[in-house]
Design a protein around this ligand. Sequence first.
Ligand code: MN
Length: 135
Amino acid sequence: MQIEPKPPTAKGPAGMFTGDVFLDAIVQGKEPSRVRVNAVRFTPGARTAWHSHAVGQTLYVTEGRGRIQARGGSISEIRPGDVISTPPGEWHWHGAAPEHYMTHLSITEGVAPDDARAESSWGDHVTDDEYEGRS
Ligand code: MN
């Protein structure tokens, strides 16, 4: 075994997030493992853009209060201890509540070497109306 080197915290790119989001890579599986685990910290009101994951995603909320919504569904509040499973290809967003930080672990898998899909696909930013459930 070994204690892994700690990659620097990365800022979530503005093209994929609204507000300030910080990502810490925890696991980057080496083939044949394709597991990816990231700790993602959202400041109040920050959220992902609409996106989907080719092989699905599991979120484990560790801190704060947050929100999540699948395309065509209603917004749900998420809290520490919640586990959220997103099936492959389902469009969705996740983020902090307006007045709270939120941290979750994101567990995903890379696509197989012979799979032409991208690991994740990114769309429009979540508007304030969408974030507040007004549209
Ligand atoms: Mn996601």
